[in-house]
Design a protein around this ligand. Structure first.
Ligand code: PLP
Length: 399
């Protein structure tokens, strides 16, 4: 593997891009063409594609998307990346291209709602068996593995409770059995954590969040080995077809150029807001990996170079009433789903509701979730505004 030896800021700006050889343009071109004039020797099937093939058709590969893929691969210290139309398209691409009837998936029991619903609701219909585990305990992952386990999927920090999974510890378990490990690293970003360096095989991102960073472009990506990305492109990119629009790639690459600077600011502001909330009378509990009170703060310090901008907190009063107040009164923070934007966003996630709709946990796994979330949490995505303004906004709305 070629190691990326430049610093993350330089990489975020320059990787995948260069001065245009024809026009001298310094900023990247946006290539919207769906097809490309080629010579007549090329075959017609995607199976004929060689690594050095020219661009043929944009679903097979596009120059602007390719530039973003090179940037993402460099940021993650991976060999290659492949972009999709959304984070969910990227996740579905990995799962459906690696698993088939009779196979078994082990996945963390707490993760992004769309992922959890895809795993629990859709995979069984295709004859794929699923075991959900609390992956913060690597022994629970090891105990769930079977001969037919073909993929382990973890998310860290996990939506919405910010529970961490020790990637290196889980990779030691999966690596020993030759089972691929996929990590949804959307909350961490490559600025905080590089899962491939820790032994993972696939890193999945919703580019819609921090990497794009501005709330104006859906996208997703998978990063891994060249061989794995070529196989994923053939199966999922070309044949499932959920590829990224070049226009979105262009927007997301522009956002990604400032990712290290933005993440430094997100983390700095989030720590100030987390401390403010921890001292607030209307707040029962704050979860932020950068706070010493986070149950896995030591792991966060080992695994994350940046604690990111996501905070979850339990209100002292019943959540739905507080949510209604926040939605009505917040002036700066938007009461809205999604995360990782320059604008701060907040949303209530009630424990009973998400158990019914999405996670379906019982017994010890439900107890472990409640130990973090209680009856529910506000998921706060701390944006790039001034910390003092965010604290004042929360203070007046919580009062
Ligand atoms: C948003 C999100 C996704 C899905 O991404 P989309 O771009 O909305 O499809 C997947 N995983 C995590 C952790 C997310 O936050």
């Amino acid at each position: 593997m070629t190691r990326n030896r430049r610093g993350p800021r330089t990489t975020a700006i320059h990787a995948g891009e260069g001065v245009d050889p024809v026009t001298g343009a310094s900023a990247p071109n946006l290539v919207m063409s769906t097809t490309y004039a080629v010579d007549a020797s090329l075959g017609f099937s995607a199976h004929d594609l060689t690594e050095d093939a020219p661009f043929i058709y944009t679903r097979w590969g596009n120059p602007t998307v390719r530039q973003l893929e090179a940037k993402l691969a460099a940021l993650e210290n991976g060999e290659a990346a492949l972009c999709f139309a959304s984070g969910m398209a990227a996740s579905a691409a990995v799962v459906f291209s690696l698993l088939g009837q009779g196979d078994h998936l082990v996945a963390s029991d707490t993760n992004y709602a769309g992922t959890a619903e895809l795993f629990r609701g859709t995979l069984p219909r295709f004859g794929i068996d699923l075991t959900l585990v609390d992956s913060s305990d690597p022994a629970a992952v090891a105990a769930a593995l079977r001969p037919e386990t073909k993929l382990v999927w973890i998310e860290t920090p996990a939506n919405p409770i910010l529970r961490l999974t020790d990637i290196a510890a889980v990779a030691a378990v999966t690596g020993a059995r030759g089972i691929p490990l996929a990590v949804d690293s959307t909350f961490a970003t490559p600025v905080a954590t590089r899962p491939l360096d820790l032994g993972a095989d696939y890193v999945v991102h919703s580019l819609t969040k921090y990497i794009g960073g501005h709330g104006d472009a859906l996208g997703g990506a998978v990063v891994g080995s060249k061989a794995a990305m070529a196989a994923l492109n053939l199966e999922a990119g070309i044949h499932y077809g959920g590829v990224l629009s070049p226009f979105n790639a262009w927007l997301i690459a522009r956002g990604a150029a400032t990712l290290p600077l933005r993440m430094a600011a997100h983390a700095d502001t989030a720590l100030q807001v987390a401390r403010f909330l921890e001292g607030h009378a209307k707040v029962r509990k704050v979860l932020y990996p950068g706070l010493p009170s986070h149950p896995q703060h030591d792991l966060a310090r080992r695994q994350m170079d940046n604690f990111s901008g996501m905070i979850s907190f339990q209100p002292a009063e019943p959540g739905p009433a507080v949510a209604a107040r926040l939605a009505e009164r917040l002036q700066v923070i938007h009461y809205a789903v999604s995360l990782g934007h320059h604008r701060s966003l907040i949303y209530w996630i009630g424990t009973d509701g998400i158990m019914d709709s999405t996670f379906g946990l019982h017994g010890a796994q439900l107890d472990a979730y409640r130990a973090y979330a209680g009856d529910g949490v506000f998921r706060l995505s701390v944006g790039l505004e001034d910390a003092e303004d965010l604290c004042a906004d929360l203070d007046q709305a919580l009062a």
